[in-house]
Design a protein around this ligand. Structure first.
Ligand code: PA5
Length: 464
């Protein structure tokens, strides 16, 4: 597939064509804020921060991942990632974009498979560990902190299982750790046990780590060109170098979503995705956007309760499920339509029933044609109801495009964080939840949280 740039079409986000859209004057008035945020990002990068921007250029890392993945491919059929959130969603997104949803795909199945175990459901896990062929599987434990309950619980279960089934020495060949190069218990275990490991650079946070070994090792194991993905990301970074908004796609995406949410009451962003291959990428984006921007405090510690709620929808399925709400419900939404220009395959509808008018118009049309017509129709229905929307146009769902997509969203997220005045790299709300998990499970030092929970659980006043 040739390498093509992605495009954003904001026509339906601007007035006067969009009745509730942004005006050019409004954009102009906010542009100095964007320039400030853009310069701040640049300055931070120059002093060695925002390291995710360096990932696509780390040639030696790309090389070593590719070559190690090649060896793993000769020994194993399956890679199982034990990782959650930013440590799991990227690998899932890449796999599904390149190979298609396995149950539906008309693409030949990949010779290698990956699974991401981001669950604690015992029925799921019991079935999984019962059915997986341990001899042909390598397990990749991915955790930046090495502290994540879900991942570590799975790791401990698996460690015992592997040791028991494969023997006290051989089991180590089936375990890889992807974690911080120095810190955390996973690094300590890797050293202690002599396990193979990959580094997540200290300055790269979970949800910005897809182009580190976190996403790249599983991708390379699947035989995907990680160099092409990195090239796509590098291309997007290049397109976002300047402060002229109309030549900076992530800048425009950030400004449009920021202005629509702050000035037009559009606090919810619907990703209406018209490519089955990109549903997991939408899930990855949902986490990036939600965890980075949903913040109680701004950088000065003032309570702001910032955030734009991402909502995932897929077309045409959700035209028959959610669209009624988006078109006629509360005027609090903006919609980003994702379309894929080129599909790997297409299907033509036979010219049956020429005498039945309500069917004959479909004869001779292709499915991609109908899908596109449906997206344009959705766009028009949104327009007529005054719902601001814009289109993200992708050439295909190939590695190069994915690299662009990941970086479009990562950079836009950081810009929106800057515009909202919040820190996009932390997640104090998640940390709060973790303290109570530790409390409930009896981790040392978390007794106070455990006691609060115990009191809460005794309160049955409003239970039916
Ligand atoms: O984006 C993030 O920082 C989080 O979603 C983390 O990736 C997630 O909580 C998993 O953390 P860890 O990699 O430390 O296990």
């Amino acid at each position: 597939m040739p390498h093509r740039d992605l495009h954003l079409d904001f026509n339906e986000a601007f007035a006067p064509q969009q009745s509730n859209g942004i005006t050019e004057a409004e954009l102009e008035a906010a542009t100095p804020n964007f320039i400030q945020v853009h310069r701040a990002l640049k300055a931070m990068h120059e002093v060695g921060q925002v390291q995710f921007l360096n990932l696509p250029f780390l040639e030696d890392v790309l090389e070593s991942i590719s070559s190690r993945a090649q060896d793993l491919r000769s020994s194993f059929d399956t890679m199982v990632v034990l990782g959650i959130g930013g440590s799991g969603l990227g690998a899932k997104a890449i796999e599904e974009a390149i190979f298609g949803p396995l149950s539906l795909s008309s693409t030949p199945l990949p010779t290698k498979r990956i699974f991401v175990l981001d669950t604690l459901d015992p029925d799921y896990l019991a079935g999984f560990f019962r059915d997986i062929d341990l001899e042909r599987t390598v397990f990749n434990v991915v955790s930046k902190s090495g502290n994540t309950v879900e991942t570590m619980a799975q790791f401990m279960y698996l460690y015992e299982l592997l040791r028991e089934k494969l023997g006290p020495e051989r089991f180590r060949r089936h375990l890889i750790m992807t974690t911080d190069p120095q810190k955390g218990v996973l690094r300590q275990i890797a050293k202690q046990e002599g396990l193979e490991s990959f580094d997540i650079l200290p300055g790269v946070g979970g949800r910005f780590s897809v182009l580190s070994p976190v996403g790249l090792l599983p991708a390379a194991f699947l035989g995907i060109s990680i160099h092409e993905m990195a090239e796509g990301a590098a291309r997007l970074i290049k397109r976002c170098k300047g402060e002229d908004l109309w030549s900076n796609p992530a800048g425009m995406l950030a400004m449009v979503t920021y202005l629509l949410s702050q000035n037009h009451g559009r606090g919810q962003l619907v990703l209406f995705n018209y490519s089955e291959r990109l549903n997991r990428t939408a899930e990855w984006f949902r986490q990036l956007w939600a965890e980075s921007l949903g913040k109680k405090l701004d950088l000065e510690g003032k309570e702001v309760r910032a955030g734009i709620t991402p909502i995932q929808a897929s077309g045409p399925r959700d035209q028959h499920s959610q669209m009624q709400l988006y078109v006629e419900g509360p005027p609090d939404k903006m919609v980003m339509l994702w379309s894929q220009e080129k599909f790997e395959h297409d299907l033509k509808i036979p010219k049956l029933y020429p005498e039945i008018e309500s069917l004959s118009y479909l004869g001779g049309k292709t499915f991609s044609e109908i899908l596109y017509a449906e997206m344009i129709a959705t766009e028009q229905a949104l327009k007529e109801s005054g719902v601001p929307n814009f289109k993200l146009q992708l050439y295909g769902a190939d590695a190069y495009t994915l690299g662009q997509l990941f970086y479009l969203f990562e950079i836009a997220t950081v810009y929106v964080g800057g515009l909202l005045g919040v820190n996009p790299y932390d997640q104090p709300g998640v940390e709060l939840g973790k303290k109570y998990i530790y409390g409930k499970l009896g981790r040392q030092g978390s007794e106070e949280f455990g006691a609060t929970l115990a009191r809460k659980l005794k309160d049955k006043r409003y239970v039916v």
